[in-house]
Design a protein. Structure first.
Length: 134
């Protein structure tokens, strides 16, 4: 870390990090080539389309090879408590998720349910990163 700081190299994400959606597609939350700028956050809103289990799961994946369609599970999941009584499309539970790069080059993930107000959080430690030389 001291050499990186002394040389003013800039770490960046190599493989996209995504959330797996209900239709089996992947939504990128941390794209490839994005510089790691600590405390910079990104927020997205997801909708809980099946509230019966009373939890909205955000499962995290990494693209196996940059530019390929295959993803591998990061074995990290947010389980945000949701209201199982919501049945109308107009009232679907909104899961507001925020993602922050930490000073230690990890990804802090936090999500809050609009129906219950409950929050879950996790940290992804195994990010693939490179160094941009100046």
């Amino acid at each position: 870390a001291a050499i990186v700081a002394a040389e003013r190299w800039e770490p960046f994400n190599v493989k996209p990090i995504a959330v797996k959606l209900a239709d089996e597609s992947f939504f990128t939350i941390l794209p490839a080539k994005r510089e790691f700028k600590p405390s910079e956050s990104t927020a997205f809103t997801f909708y809980c389309t099946d509230p019966r289990p009373a939890v909205a799961n955000l499962m995290f994946y990494e693209q196996a090879v940059n530019g390929d369609d295959e993803y591998r599970a990061l074995n990290t999941c947010l389980a945000v408590p949701s209201d199982p009584k919501i049945r109308e499309i107009a009232n679907l539970d909104r899961i507001v998720a925020r993602f922050v790069i930490t000073d230690d080059a990890t990804l802090w993930c936090e999500a809050k349910s609009s129906s219950t107000g409950k929050v879950d959080s996790c940290e992804i430690y195994d990010l693939s990163f490179g160094l941009k030389l100046k």
